[in-house]
Ligand binder design. Structure first.
Ligand SMILES: Cc1cc2nc3c(=O)[nH]c(=O)nc-3n(C[C@H](O)[C@H](O)[C@H](O)COP(=O)(O)OP(=O)(O)OC[C@H]3O[C@@H](n4cnc5c(N)ncnc54)[C@H](O)[C@@H]3O)c2cc1C
Length: 459
């Protein structure tokens, strides 16, 4: 077997191998390299090239705080990220506003950071460049097919085996390999595929010129607003917002999943896609006509993963907590995971790692359990919250819908406070989701963990 030696980024420190160069893996790589002193990082990505493609994505305040701490806020804005000014929920039949949540500067006041929207490709591009600049080794065309215990001079290390026969030695392996994670299978010792949510997404972007060509005042108004527009209707909803300085627009259509079990994506027809929204706001129908592809994308998740770590191997992002995208939190939670993991690993490195590799492994596996404990509850609340959002977004016309609409209409525009049966309007829920400082919490938790470890060592 051909063992690839890592580049000597930080000779005596931890070497972290991150499987997957998605948003979560790259955020983790940057945070590990920005630690003082930096950890040594190799990212292995199976794709031949890291393509910066996709449609729109939100960076809500909890993720924005993390990317700002990595010094990336200005770069994200230069790449087209902008502060969302409001979140507008609309009635499906006529587009009437049910409620408008003011965002803009109040996000910073209430949650400590902005709420950005950006093109996913631009987001990933900024992260990729930052990871490279920070000194992470990024290997493409590098598919991981197994993880084994190191032997001989590498005893106590993890051996990450690649499809081309090469392998890498790591102190810590991070499975940031997404929804269909192979590292997850390795951690659990069994397959654990995600399950259907009942919904699928159509998504795409189109140009300003396409929308302008309709010469419609209402469309022009929607185009200029830096708001996220959401039409809510029975069993489905639609999300629309600008991208790239209003030269492009993002549209996502969320409908009932009619793909056979096991089919992940399938090319649907434009007519079938549009038929889902027959009888809805005519403006939405006009906007839908801009989409030129009707790729169906099955949405999957799972409620809870028993275990995220095994020894010095752990998971992050969609590998451990895939979610419906209805709170705009999938990548946000992956970014939180990556940054927290870097805080914990770097604090452990600074506290002092054992020279004996076996003992070092025990230290790492203890620390990764702390990581799991810190992250599991928060991400499970998020997955459940997205399912709850689905319920409220997709209510059929009737008593519960009327109650929802009344409650939403009663939320005072100036002060977004107090309880609401729908988590989207509940101040405490939003504060814990968007305002909680996960990095400060990770520092505190490490201190407690470290004190406990010192006490145990002295008994
Ligand atoms: C319609 C829709 C809208 C969304 N909107 C938002 C939003 O607004 N905000 C938000 O925060 N989230 C959103 N999400 C969720 C978000 O896209 C995901 O949660 C996020 O991209 C997950 O990132 P990740 O890094 O964990 O995994 P991924 O992005 O899936 O990255 C995994 C990487 O691992 C690589 N890989 C896999 N297996 C291997 C292997 N064996 N060896 C090497 N490499 C491997 C893959 O090629 C891939 O590059 C949305 C999702 C959908 C479907």
């Amino acid at each position: 077997m051909n063992v690839e030696h890592k580049r000597d980024q930080s000779p005596s420190g931890l070497h972290v191998v991150i499987v997957g160069a998605g948003i979560g893996g790259l955020a983790c790589a940057i945070a590990c390299r920005r630690a003082g002193p930096p950890l040594s990082v190799t990212v292995v990505e199976r794709a031949p090239e890291i393509l910066t493609i996709g449609a729109g994505i939100h960076i809500p305040p909890n993720a924005c705080r993390v990317v700002a701490s990595l010094g990336l806020l200005d770069k994200l804005k230069q790449a087209g990220g902008y502060q969302v000014q409001g979140f507008t929920l609309r009635r499906y039949k006529n587009g009437n506003i049910l409620v408008e949540k003011p965002m803009g500067p109040r996000m910073k006041t209430e949650y400590g950071a902005e709420w950005l929207a950006i093109h996913r490709g631009d987001y990933q591009g900024v992260l990729l460049e930052a990871a490279r600049e920070a000194g992470a080794d990024i290997l493409t065309n590098a598919e991981v097919i197994g993880i084994a215990k190191g032997i001989g001079e590498f005893s106590g290390k993890q051996m990450v085996v690649l499809k081309d026969g090469k392998s890498l030695m790591a102190d810590v392996v991070v499975g940031a390999d997404g929804l269909w994670s192979g590292v997850r299978e390795f951690v659990l010792g069994r397959p654990f595929p995600p399950v259907e949510t009942g919904d699928l997404a159509y998504r795409g972007t189109f140009t300003r010129e396409q929308l302008k060509s309709f010469k419609n005042e209402r469309i022009d108004e929607l185009m200029e607003a830096e708001n996220v527009q959401v039409w809510l209707g029975p069993g489905r909803h639609a999300v629309f917002y600008p991208l790239r300085n209003k030269t492009e627009y993002n549209l996502v259509l969320l409908v009932a999943d009619d793909l056979p079990e096991g089919v992940r994506t399938s090319q649907g027809s434009l007519d079938e896609m549009a038929a889902n929204f027959e009888g809805w706001d005519p403006i939405l129908n006009t906007i839908i006509s801009c989409l030129k592809s009707a790729l169906k994308w099955k949405l999957l998740h799972f409620n809870e993963l028993d275990q995220w770590t095994k020894g010095a191997i752990t998971l992050l992002g969609d590998a451990s907590h895939p979610t419906l995208p209805y709170q705009g939190q999938g990548a946000a939670m992956a970014v939180e995971d990556g940054a927290i993991l870097a805080v914990l690993l770097s604090r452990l490195q600074n506290r002092g790692l054992s020279d004996a590799l076996g003992e070092r492994n025990t230290q790492l596996s203890d620390l990764l359990r702390l990581f799991q404990d810190l992250r599991k509850r928060r991400t499970e609340v998020n997955v459940a919250g997205a399912v709850d959002t689905r319920h409220y977004y997709h209510l059929p016309d009737g008593e519960e819908q009327v109650r929802r609409d009344k409650e939403l209409a009663s939320l005072p525009e100036s002060a977004w406070q107090g309880p609401c049966s729908f988590n989207w309007g509940d101040a405490d829920y939003q504060q814990s989701l968007l305002g909680f400082d996960v990095l400060a919490d990770a520092e505190r938790s490490f201190d407690e963990w470290s004190r406990r470890k010192s006490r145990e060592a002295n008994i």
